[in-house]
Design a binder for this molecule. Structure first.
Ligand SMILES: Cc1cc2nc3c(=O)[nH]c(=O)nc-3n(C[C@H](O)[C@H](O)[C@H](O)COP(=O)(O)O)c2cc1C
Length: 199
């Protein structure tokens, strides 16, 4: 597989403006500056029918998400902290990835996933980050060593240097893992295909 590594970016807030989206776009911009191509899902693009409702699997927005994630070498995901965990909007999007169950690289297999949670307090975002990383793990993704929690940033404050460093680092970890995995396996799904051919 050639070309830039591809990242799917999922924002779990439907608010406008959204601090989660704002910070996720900064992390995505860092990934782009490292050479990644980014497909950003936020707002209407992630307003999906509830997983399991009739017709949901063939909904065009669901197909859009599933197709992008299937093609992605890595992900960045962000959620507002809602009642100590991730938003229902983001969890619903993850549930739709059940459509990727039978792929050679099922769900998030082989992808590094950088996680970001924004809340208003210290405890909630920490709990939600753990929940988010557990979901990524259950989907066979690789949560990056660094996860980012943010305690209520004002929306128009001057750039927070320490936070910017963390957003850049989480993006760097996702891109570096994606590039390394491509170099070794040829890309998402190729290693599994190669193993089955040689078995
Ligand atoms: C329904 C709801 C529940 C929330 N629960 C928590 C919480 O448990 N802990 C916390 O720190 N913040 C909580 N918050 C605050 C949001 O996480 C915070 O405002 C966040 O920045 C919103 O992100 P957004 O601007 O991207 O939507 C809650 C907000 C809402 C609307």
């Amino acid at each position: 597989m050639t070309g830039p590594v591809r990242l799917a970016v999922l924002c779990g807030s439907a608010a406008t403006p959204s601090s989660t989206e704002r910070l996720l776009r900064r992390a995505a911009a860092h990934a782009e500056s490292l050479g990644a191509r980014v497909d950003f899902f936020a707002g209407e693009r992630l307003r999906l029918p509830l997983y399991g409702t009739p017709g949901a699997a063939s909904d065009s927005a669901v197909l859009d998400l599933v197709t992008s994630v299937a093609a992605a070498d890595g992900l960045l995901v962000g959620s507002p902290c809602y009642h100590g965990s991730v938003s229902g909007l983001l969890k619903n999007a993850f549930d739709h990835l059940e459509e990727l169950r039978d792929r050679s690289a099922p769900y998030l297999d082989g992808r590094a996933v950088g996680c970001l949670v924004v809340g208003q307090g210290a405890q909630g975002p920490a709990n939600a980050l753990r929940a988010l990383r557990d979901i990524v793990h259950a989907l066979r993704g690789w949560p990056t060593p660094l996860g980012v929690t943010v305690d209520g940033p004002p929306l128009r404050a001057p750039a927070d240097c320490e936070l910017e460093v963390r957003l850049e680092l989480v993006a760097r970890q996702v891109v570096a893992f994606a590039e390394a995995r491509r170099a070794v396996t040829g890309g998402v799904g190729r290693d599994v295909a190669a193993v089955s051919r040689s078995a």
